[in-house]
Design a protein around this ligand. Sequence first.
Ligand code: GDP
Length: 442
Amino acid sequence: MFESLSDGLQSAFKSLRGKGKLTEANMRDGLKLVEQSMLEADVSYSVVQSFMEHVTEKAVGRRVLMSLRPGEELVKIVYDELVDILGPVDSSLHLKADGVTVIMMCGLQGSGKTTTCGKLSQLLKEQNIKPLLVAADLQRPAAIEQLRVIGRQLDVPVYAEEGANDPVKVCQAGVKQAQQQGARVVILDTAGRLAIDKELMDQLARIDKRVKPDQVYLVVDGMTGQDAVNSAGAFNEALELDGVVMTKLDGDARGGALLSVKHVTGVPIKFIGTGEHFDALEPFRPEGMTGRILQMGDMVAAAREAHRIVDESQREELEEKMKSGEMTLDDFKGLMEKVAKPGLMGKMMGLMPGMGQLKDLMNSEEAAGGIKQTIGAINSMTLEERRNPKIIDIARRTRIAKGSGVQASAITQLVKQFEQMKPIMQAMAGGGMGDRMQLMRQ
Ligand code: GDP
């Protein structure tokens, strides 16, 4: 995510790190690099200006220049300022305690709106909250079918009227059906266009006025840079948005839109889309995102990913083991088998502090092979060795290595890895759902 922005900021920090005391001129040179990487990432000019003003004011202060580690102080200043321009964010869906909550989704064609309707349904279902999808895009003939397919995939009911021509009526009927069926949330998939036009805005404003949704979200494609910011501004004038969902941040989005939307339009980003699958929707957290941009990791997101990988029964078993401290290499093997899915390990590593650089490595074929080797090596151990890896001495190591066809040093490495993975396993067993749960708080 945002590799070039991340790399640009890293080289700015690197130019100042380890220099001991700095002069104002040194610091200003470093700041120039920070500014340059933000402009290259297509961050709106007004955002860069205001950001640089604040950062410069703090960074050339006496306290920072005289400190022993001015480079690190600068990282902290940049971190705080990024968190400030991205937030504050309330990523709650504000569900009503009683009755149906109506969420209206809008966006230009291709932004990922319909997919996001599916992702939100999935999120709700995970919390045992029943959603109903309403096909209110009557412009595009295939839109109704697309939503129906998503509904079938996720086992979520879809309200649609074949041949209807008034989206307001469809939405109203959909809300009624949700009430009858006991659904708690209605998600309106409204029409999109290739570009903003008056007719589209009028239609959306009519739905807004007559159906009175509780929340109105705009879906924007993060890869479209400034266009995403401009469309957020235009939609917000017509509709008073409650939040933005920025999609496709898994692609080669440069990050500019993400950093600009809140500052330019005043509308917070509530969720980000990080893939085509229905589980690739994350509540937006300025601290976590800033951590990822500055390659400091995002432990909350890592824990959430980890938590999703294991199912409920395994989780209980793991939790028990974590409590009693009986985690063994067999459990480790079980988790490795789960994590060894394409892309998953890389994603996890990208979120771990200090492991960002390992991401590509972990996504490679070699990494998949490495995981297979690990599993093979554990298979070659005795039950006792798996329970208590500390007893693995040179003789045992040689035997295991021979049995599984790996180098003896790989066995040492494996035991070390097991220790390092413990916090992740802990997350898989317990925490990590915290902020997803928070979402649903009213
Ligand atoms: P709509 O016209 O706004 O309803 O857009 P769709 O929901 O049909 O999405 C357009 C395309 O974007 C589809 O191919 C989706 O799979 C893809 N898409 C949506 N969200 C994401 C995302 O977060 N990441 C990626 N990589 N693709 C996405």
